[in-house]
Design a protein around this ligand. Structure first.
Ligand SMILES: [Zn+2]
Length: 409
């Protein structure tokens, strides 16, 4: 009979819209960078709502917040659901926030109806998912999962030289709870898709089976600065010109299979002067694929192309790996719980692989995990115009409730 209960769609929507006011931008987006005063305001609001829903709140040493609803058997590991409240500098209203508000709405629904699950249920808010102000990205969940040490996280510095640890203390969220090291019965994260597949196929629910692996590089191309006038073309060692071939190659390599992605998103060119042949160009490469073999293929292709271009153009090219996340396969029984929830509620659904990284990818390393995607308009996110439909968000939250009930008993 618990399977017949539904979340309060209006309360979910109004909480999302309330939270979006904290750090609201003129273009209708949100700028709520991690560990800023706006982040504190968002956290305070969230914690206030948690307490109203009868949840017991704890904060760990990297600022992750857990809001717990006791179960009938509190010796059981909790079923946990959540996401993040920090945003990109020109972020939207739903990325991250939907996952936290959806989990809170599940807790509120259980609270309203006096439903006690067998295992405890916790709403989680992970610190610094976006990685805009401090590296590493997904730092809070990464520390919880043991992928980063607490010291490493606290020592991170922003561009002004402020440390993560100082910023965390300044907003009053340096908690006493130990970071990670405890068992979770299951972890579910609801999120907007951030891609166009659900919308294009007319599906309401994405049953997320895993996430693409990621391998990032920093490529340093060194040539020689030279005057743009007197230096003949055949005597140049133009770093930017050499880099342009590699940028083409990154895109070409990624177009070979459907599940590959290749992006050059950051470039620094020195001396970046109109009449100087550039002597040094640094750029980022972000490769993603469902399989490690795909990542390997693109890396080998990039290295081979770099060797050829270095030789041809008298350049020095250094390729250094900066990030590696192996492809992630979510827990089959958690994925099945999401699929069953969507089926029971009669929502059109499809299996989907996440192209983006999420806190769930770290948590999947230490707990049975799955994710639920809902459509977002035009597949656009990390953008102030990011949008999602109230009905789709409610559907995702109802599927989350079903999955939580299935796992928490
Ligand atoms: Zn997110």
């Amino acid at each position: 009979m618990n399977a017949d209960i539904r979340i309060d769609a209006e309360r979910l929507w109004s909480s999302l819209m309330d939270m979006a006011k904290i750090g609201a931008t003129l273009k209708g987006g949100v700028k709520r960078l991690t560990l800023t005063d706006l982040d504190r305001q968002g956290r305070d609001r969230f914690v206030g709502w948690c307490k109203e829903a009868g949840l017991v709140v704890s904060v760990d040493g990297v600022g992750n917040i857990f809001a717990r609803r006791a179960g009938r058997n509190n010796a059981l590991p909790p079923v946990v659901s959540g996401s993040h409240l920090d945003t990109q500098p020109s972020g939207g209203r739903f990325d991250g926030c939907f996952g936290v508000m959806a989990a809170l709405e599940v807790a509120r629904t259980l609270h309203d109806r006096g439903i006690q699950t067998e295992a405890p249920f916790e709403v989680a808010m992970w610190t610094n998912e976006e990685g805009t102000r401090f590296l590493p990205v997904m730092g809070g969940s990464g520390a919880f999962a043991g992928a980063h040490t607490v010291e490493e996280i606290l020592a991170g510095r922003d561009l002004d030289g402020v440390s993560f640890g100082d910023a965390l203390r300044a907003i009053g969220y340096a908690g006493a709870a130990p970071v990670g090291g405890r068992k979770l019965g299951a972890y579910f994260e609801a999120h907007i898709e951030q891609g166009p597949l659900l919308e294009n196929t007319g599906n309401t629910i994405g049953v997320v089976t895993g996430a693409l692996g990621q391998r990032w590089f920093e490529v340093m191309v060194r040539g020689m600065d030279a005057h743009a006038g007197p230096t003949p073309m055949h005597l140049r060692r133009d770093a930017l010109f050499g880099a342009s071939f590699l940028i083409q190659e990154v895109n070409r390599l990624a177009k070979v299979t459907e599940h590959s992605r290749g992006t050059v998103g950051m470039i620094l060119n020195r001396p970046n002067s109109r009449n100087v042949v550039p002597g040094e160009t640094v750029f980022s490469v972000d490769f993603r694929d469902t399989d490690v073999s795909g990542l390997d293929r693109m890396e080998q292709g990039l290295r081979a192309a770099a060797a050829g271009i270095a030789r041809e153009q008298g350049l020095n090219i250094d390729i250094r790996q900066t990030i590696f996340f192996p492809p992630c396969h979510f827990d089959q029984s958690c994925v099945a719980a999401v699929r069953a929830g969507a089926e029971r509620l009669g929502f059109r659904h499809m299996d989907i692989v996440s192209g983006a990284g999420h806190d769930a990818v770290h948590i999947a390393g230490v707990a049975p995990t799955a994710m639920i995607f809902v459509p977002c308009e035009g597949g656009i996110s990390h953008n102030e115009i990011e949008n999602a439909k109230p009905d789709d968000l409610a559907a995702g939250c109802n599927v989350l409730l079903q999955a939580v009930l299935a796992k928490a008993g």
